[in-house]
Structures are given as structure tokens and as C-alpha cells.
Ligand binder design. Structure first.
Ligand code: HEM
Length: 367
């Protein structure tokens, strides 16, 4: 469940066991750090932005930042988006009426995730197309292998988005609206509020977190259901099964396969001692297939219950957008299944991206 490895030149402890993953994720001695080397000057913008992201903060800074942002992600605020998500899905599907086949990734899941996150943040309607292109370019640079090219592009895209959000913050300070940027600017808790830099970093974090993983979840769902036609039929007949189905898809093909921590001191877990400064990779996808936790873990079963998967992480960094991602996926999948009878893969071979952190298809053509 915990072993030393060097996957794609990333030396560290690899955690595959469910209980061990949970123990590490809730243990604050395992800390989050920004993934860039402290010395690199070249990627200043990327580093500064990452520095202000809650994902890379530890206590007490993390608690403060998360507290100020979490008010915008309450179940009530997410539920309020339901009609918008429905309308966006229907508009997209309507555009495909005349098409013989579609690429679920680029024609459906990506535009959907992008339009929703743009709406939440407060990107004006007329700027959403440009925003989608920038987001796509930024997402392409996410790469755990941290190649020089990925870092160069990531830094360049971060500068573009930082400047864009700077302008939007200025606009919303003068004329606030009912969007996340306006709320974050005015959100004050116990005399504290976010700085402009923190608002920008939060928006960029949401762009990354809200796209990559949700796109993966929706496209992985379609593959899994097409591979399990009986369960697909059952879901078509009983759309109310969608909630459990999405949980099983999250478990079975976890969109985020891995997260990382650093041991802040020597720590022993189940007789394995991890030294201060050691990198620890928590393989969420593997933990979600741990036979000590899940009966028949390699069996895909939309009726599986209970399903305490770790696809959204665990502990203080538990995914802030989990409810939103679930709602988006539930509406997208049910609508896509209802859209056309006899959905099929257009080509038998699937193109998985070569990433170790995400379970991600580069394209998925269906007909
Ligand atoms: C954190 C997965 C969608 C916002 C996380 C973490 C995971 C995760 C595993 C924890 C990382 C860690 O502990 O190191 C997912 C999956 C998603 C999804 C599988 C979709 C299927 C979203 C969406 C948003 C979002 C739609 C927002 C729009 C965040 C934020 C954090 C986070 C802000 C950082 C929380 C913190 O550090 O306190 N997500 N996520 N996620 N996620 Fe998600």
C-alpha cells in the first residue's frame, strides 16, 4: 500500500492503499507545496499565482482562504445553477442535431464545463468564447512531468489570464454583479477579506479545477456506459439512478488519479517511515480499487452502495467544487443518453492522454 517509486522521473513514496491514502490526506504533517522549484525566476508569474492558491496552502493560511471562498460554493448556490446547466446542455445538444458524429471531449464536455465556470466567475457573455480558448490553452499545460515546454506555456497562459482577471476585478469594483468575482471582492469574514492577488489566484484555480476534471468525468462516463450496455439501458429507463452511477464512475475511472504531499517531519505509517522532505504521491485511482475497501473493486456497478470513494480527495483540501461537478455530470450524462438512441463509439481505439495525474481522453468520437 506504500512503496518507493520513480514514476515518470518523480521519485517518492507511492500510496495505493485506501486506508493509508485517507490517513495521509487527513494528517496535516503531510503538507501541500507549490510544485515549482523555489529558485526558478523564469516562472515568476506562475509561481506567484500558485503561491496564492488554496490548493498549495497549509494551516492556518489554507483555512482562511478556503473559508472566504467556500461561501460561494454552498449547496444552495450550486442548486441555483441547475436551470442554467440544463439550458447549456440542451443548447449544445441542439447544435449536434444535424451531425453524424461528435467528439464528446471537444464538442460537448469542454464547452459545457467552460461555459459554466465562465458564468460562475462572471465572464461577460461576449468574452466567453475567447475565455474558452485561453482556458483550453492553459489546461493543455497541466502536466505532472513538468517539462520545460509545459512550464513555458503555463507561465505564458497564466500571465494572460492574470491580466484578464485584473481587468474584470476593476470593472466589478465599479459595478458589482451577482457573480463570483463580485462576491469574492466584497466577501468579508471576521474583518478579513481576499486581496486582489488572492481573487485572481482563486479564479485561475477554478478555471483549472473546473475544466480538466469535469471534462474527464463526463467523457469517462460515456466510455464506461457504452462498455456496459445493460447498465446504460437501465440508466436510460430509470434516470433517477444517475446519482449512484456518477459516484461509481468517479470511483471506477477517477478523473484525478493522483495528488501529492511532502512529509514535514519523519512520519511512520503502517511500519513505513517517510523522511522529512520526502515527496508522497497519493494514488486516488488505485485507492478507489483497493480490495480491502471495495468488494469486487474491478467490477463496474452503478448500484454499488455505499461508495465512499476518494475521487474528490479527503480532509481539509476536499474538493470545493464536488457538488458542482456532480450536478454537471448528472445532467450532462442523462441528457446525452436521452438525446439519441443507439449511441456508439465511432472508433474502437481510445486515445488516453499520457498524464500520470489525470485519467483523461484526448478525444472521444461517438455516433
Ligand atoms: C480540490 C477532484 C471538480 C475546485 C480537489 C481535490 C481533488 C479534486 C482530488 C483535492 C486535491 C488535494 O487534496 O491535493 C476533483 C474532481 C472533479 C473536480 C474529480 C470533477 C469530477 C472541481 C470543480 C471545481 C473544483 C468543478 C470548481 C469549480 C476545487 C478546488 C480545490 C479542489 C478549489 C482545492 C480545495 C482546497 O485546497 O481546499 N478537487 N475536482 N473541483 N477542487 Fe476539485
Amino acid at each position: 500500500p506504500i512503496c518507493w517509486g520513480n514514476m515518470m522521473k518523480n521519485p517518492g513514496w507511492y500510496v495505493t492503499g485506501y486506508n493509508e491514502a485517507m490517513m495521509i490526506l487527513k494528517d496535516t504533517r503531510f503538507q501541500n507545496r507549490i510544485p515549482l522549484p523555489q529558485t526558478s525566476k523564469k516562472y515568476e508569474c506562475l509561481k506567484n499565482i500558485q503561491h496564492d492558491m488554496m490548493l498549495f496552502k497549509n494551516q492556518p493560511d489554507h483555512k482562511r482562504l478556503r473559508f472566504l471562498v467556500s461561501n460561494v460554493f454552498t449547496p444552495k448556490k450550486v442548486e441555483y445553477l441547475r436551470p442554467f446547466i440544463h439550458d447549456t446542455v440542451n443548447d449544445l445538444l441542439h447544435q449536434f442535431q444535424q451531425q453524424k458524429s461528435i467528439d464528446v471531449v471537444s464538442d460537448f464536455a469542454f464547452p459545457l464545463a467552460s461555459l459554466i465556470i465562465a458564468k460562475i466567475i462572471g465572464v461577460p457573455q461576449e468574452e466567453r468564447y475567447q475565455f474558452r480558448k485561453w482556458s483550453a490553452d492553459l489546461i493543455q499545460t497541466i502536466d505532472f512531468t513538468r517539462s520545460r515546454q509545459a512550464l513555458d506555456n503555463g507561465n505564458a497562459m497564466t500571465i494572460i489570464l492574470r491580466d484578464y482577471f485584473k481587468g474584470l476585478i476593476k470593472k466589478r469594483k465599479n459595478s458589482p454583479e451577482e457573480d463570483l468575482i463580485s462576491l469574492l471582492i466584497k466577501e468579508e469574514q471576521q474583518g478579513d477579506r481576499l486581496t486582489d492577488e488572492e481573487v485572481i489566484a482563486t479564479c485561475i484555480l477554478l478555471v483549472i479545477a473546473g475544466h480538466e476534471t469535469t471534462v474527464n468525468l463526463i467523457s469517462n462516463s460515456i466510455v464506461l456506459l457504452l462498455k456496459h450496455p445493460k447498465q446504460l439501458m437501465e440508466l436510460k429507463e430509470k434516470p433517477f439512478l444517475i446519482e449512484g452511477a456518477v459516484e461509481e464512475i468517479l470511483r471506477f475511472e477517477s478523473p484525478t488519479q493522483m495528488t501529492a504531499r511532502i512529509a514535514s517531519e519523519d512520519i511512520t505509517i503502517n511500519q513505513t517511515t517517510m523522511k522529512k522532505g520526502d515527496q508522497v504521491y497519493i494514488l486516488l485511482g488505485a485507492a478507489n480499487h483497493d480490495p480491502n475497501k471495495f468488494q469486487d473493486p474491478h467490477l463496474f456497478d452503478i448500484m454499488r452502495y455505499p461508495n465512499p470513494h476518494l475521487a474528490f480527495g479527503y480532509g481539509s483540501h476536499f474538493c470545493l467544487g464536488a457538488q458542482l461537478a456532480r450536478l454537471e455530470a448528472q445532467i450532462a450524462i442523462n441528457s446525452l443518453l436521452a438525446w439519441k438512441d443507439n449511441l456508439k463509439l465511432a472508433a474502437p481505439d481510445l486515445q488516453w492522454r499520457k498524464l500520470i495525474g489525470f485519467r483523461s481522453l484526448s478525444e472521444l468520437h461517438i455516433t
